[in-house]
Design a protein around this ligand. Sequence first.
Ligand code: DGL
Length: 273
Amino acid sequence: MNKAPIGVFDSGYGGLTVLKEIVNRLPQYDYLYLGDNARAPYGPRSFDTVYNYTLECVQWFFKQGCPLVILACNTASAKALRTIQQNDLATIDATKRVLGVIRPTTEIIGTLTKTKSVGVLGTAGTVQSGSYPIEINKFYPDIKVYQHACPMWVPLIENNEYSGDGADYFVKKDIDQLMQQSIAIDTILLGCTHYPLLQQKIKQFIPEGVALLSQGKIVADSLADYLQRHPEIATTCSKGEDIAFYTTDSAEDFDNHAAVFYGKAVKSQHLIL
Ligand code: DGL
């Protein structure tokens, strides 16, 4: 049988927090996950580097038969998605689709904030790109967006320190620096797919009444809606409930780390791009 799975991409493990919610919401499809662990983190890298890495991975997904690829990485969505959609797809294969994680979140954020003041936490790359303020203001011009980069959070998570005492210092410091920008912030968006692992800690340090928003469920709902509105894409995605995992680094390392992101054990294969 020729499979046409939905591709889900991240620089490493973070996209697994999104894949988990997508599979919960749409269990009937086949999925192919790729973590570019060998070249992670993407957060501190330049536009050109993130774009080149992401495009290379997207082309791999297409070669595997994926009609649709989700960039389950904010950094890749911020720095590569637009160019891939607007320039590359037409020359690679105009029937294919690539979607990101920023737009689904920005579409609904205006329905959640009462003070019209939103905080966004992300990697340095996502924050520097300005993608969140730009996209949120397209839908909600009256919302003020305050951003803060948390460069220590991904290393803390990837080194299994996300629940230890050492994480408290950086989580508190970064939350304080975000909240110092405006006391009106009533909604904080976790604009990095790694950050849900720090959710319990973050909740300890945010002021009472401030809501914390992570992307997994939002992206899953948005994908379900997209597939309903685009039957020409939905019908090309195969339905076999199969999920395959690939990593550009060690498969053994990936399997050891992946379970905390995905919620259950995974068995991955090593990919040489
Ligand atoms: N998970 C990626 C994101 O959502 C960040 C990880 C990295 O820096 O590679 O932005």
